[in-house]
Ligand binder design. Sequence first.
Ligand SMILES: O=C(O)C1=C[C@@H](OP(=O)(O)O)[C@@H](O)[C@H](O)C1
Ligand SMILES: C=C(OP(=O)(O)O)C(=O)O
Length: 431
Amino acid sequence: MEKTVKPVKRIEGSLRVPSDKSVSHRSIILPSLAEGESVIKNFLKAGDTLTTLNVYRKLGVDIEEKDNVIYVKGKGLEGLKEPDDVLDMGNSGTTTRLTLGVLAGQNFFATLTGDDSLRKRPMKRVVDPLSEMGAKVDGRKEANNLPISIRGGKLKGISYFNSKMSAQVKSAILLAGLYAETPTEVVEPIVSRDHTEKMLNWMGANIEIDFMTDGYKVKISKTDRLKPIHINVPADPSSAAFFAAAASIVPKSEIILKDVMVNPTRDGFFRKLKEMGADIEYKNKRDEAGEIVADVIVKYNDLKGVKVVKEEVPSMIDELPLLAIVATQAEGETVITGAEELRVKESDRIKAIVENFKRLNLEIEELEDGMVIKGKQKVKGGVVDSYKDHRIAMGFAILGLVSEDGITIKDADCVYISYPDFFKHLEKVSK
Ligand SMILES: O=C(O)C1=C[C@@H](OP(=O)(O)O)[C@@H](O)[C@H](O)C1
Ligand SMILES: C=C(OP(=O)(O)O)C(=O)O
């Protein structure tokens, strides 16, 4: 499906964007290992999270939906069953890497595959530590690429330095650590999204979280049982970011984004936008089942270029392509560095931004680990490729709002991965 986004006069209104993708994945995976029934309200029904739900059904977990509430009847740490067939991980890196961590602890065999994009993404980052813990893993390209097969079993703990600051790697190791005979430790130079360890803590895992002066450490030890939980998933800051960006670059705009999770490991984009001069406010800040939630109010304001450095990347990793798009409308240059991880997402997101900018005659310099974007550029419009990557499709839709003739996005239906109603919501707030 192709989609064209035309210029608008302003962005105005109020939205509750879909629920958080990271928390939704974890609200199936962790309760599947609990003893008893967990209740999940506001679960995100989108491509990636429905993949997780189907995978855990294939692993023998009874997951039901009634009146928009998901009930996960946990099987206990040892209760999953060997799947009858290859598990399809679709487009989802999170499902794959976290599930490899879970399967490392199971005494059975499973094979995982995925779509064209997922089969290119690096898995050695989890295969290596899980193999060191004792899982038997093999796969394509020396076990770096799906299909990958795994036979779990008796594990020992490891001490792991998470140099890529990847929450998926941290989570995979912590999940395997629930089963290891000796303690497991993950140390990070900068804390990556912390939903897994927070949820494990609420569920009674044997876990210690330590904010050190020069980093962050999580220690997990063998756990006999996890308690079921009740979760109300807040709105996804990564989805809200598109509308915060839109209101920041279209003159006279004002938008209210309701119930957004503003966990400090996730709200880096809002903070960076503020540093650029955006008028952003968190109202009605509250604690909802352990997560900080707020209504985010964004009004149009003049923006200036900024720098993004490595230490800032984890809290805004999925929003960096969008930041590059916003930067075209700011006064002065924006320099993004330390973001080489963008090259191994659903697409090579640095290349996707650079090639699409060239198609639109916009100035950008490609760096190995980032981009340099010229400010105050006039966007005439044209046709871009989403590379079947949801974040790229939605990012260029936002740029279309400030173009002269509109931007047409190829393969725009990929927004289904995280935000099925994206174009409907965009229409609703476009005036
Ligand atoms: O743990 C998670 O839910 C995620 C972690 C991040 O990936 P990495 O762990 O590869 O940085 C992020 O890009 C992805 O969208 C979701
Ligand atoms: C990178 C993403 O997801 P995943 O790694 O789960 O495919 C994303 O949603 O931007």
